[in-house]
Design a protein around this ligand. Structure first.
Ligand code: AP5
Ligand code: MG
Length: 215
């Protein structure tokens, strides 16, 4: 299975990518996660990316396309992959198509997770991520059983993402509408688009994605 998950910030790309990864034993490739790791490591790439991420703008194409090229050349992607948060512009989508043709592993589907814009703010401001194991929570919709403690690993640092503040969120949503939404018609024209309802229970959304992928 070689797919792209498309959707606005907070639509559930990361949440559903992890479920797909567990179900199909293929890697989730998230440019957001790769970039946050680079920022944390204070690598040169991380230093170049940080200002754009803090502002909710897109990081330069050469950085993210380079990162994806490197990652797709790793052996584990031969059995498939789930791209989460890449591509985010038509230039990135065209670069991805070229790369995948070169590697002889063309993309099969782009799944758009549809969530009403008005519902995204609470998802983003309420998101918490365990620094130890990456498990995701939401203080409004899916809090951990014990306040501030990860259900999965017992970690006690449930972190709030730096770009999950209202000002940056508002810019991320605008950037999504202007630069990423055109990919819906890009993949529609290729006959690869599947659109699923992203509201409701996490497992219900997962069921819809699974049906769309099987169709
Ligand atoms: P990135 O990390 O990709 O962030 P994003 O696109 O803004 O998306 P999010 O990760 O915020 O949301 P998500 O859809 O993964 O939702 P999640 O599952 O976490 O990018 C961050 C930044 O990096 C960008 O702004 C940019 O600067 C840079 N960047 C990354 N990729 C780039 C690229 N290709 N080019 C250039 N720059 C790039 O869910 C959110 C919350 O909702 C969670 O709390 C979750 O528990 C909850 N939730 C999920 N599903 C449901 C549900 N069904 N019901 C209720 N709550 C739910
Ligand atoms: Mg994400």
């Amino acid at each position: 299975m070689r797919i792209v998950l498309l959707g606005a910030p907070g639509s559930g790309k990361g949440t559903q990518a992890k479920k797909l990864m567990d179900a199909h034993n293929i890697p989730q490739i998230s440019t957001g996660d790769l970039l946050r790791a680079a920022v944390k490591a204070q690598s040169e790439l991380g230093q170049r990316a940080k200002a754009a991420m803090d502002a909710g703008e897109l990081v330069a194409d050469d950085i993210v396309i380079g990162m994806i090229r490197e990652r797709l050349n790793e052996a584990d992607t031969q059995n498939g992959f789930i791209l989460d948060g890449f591509p985010r512009s038509t230039a990135q989508a065209a670069a991805l198509d070229d790369m995948l043709v070169e590697l002889d592993i063309p993309l099969q589907k782009a799944v758009l997770i549809n969530v009403e814009f008005g519902n995204l703010i609470k998802r983003l401001t309420g998101r918490r991520t365990c620094s130890a194991c990456g498990q995701m929570y939401n203080v409004y919709f899916s809090p951990p059983q014990a306040d501030g403690v990860c259900d999965r690993c017992g970690g006690t640092d449930l972190a709030h993402r730096a770009d999950d503040n209202e000002e940056t969120i508002s810019n991320r949503l605008t950037v999504y509408q202007e630069q990423t939404e055109p990919l819906v018609s890009y993949y529609q024209q290729q006959g690869k688009l599947a659109s699923v309802e992203g509201e409701g229970d996490l497992d219900a959304v997962f069921g819809r994605i699974s049906s769309a992928l099987a169709a």
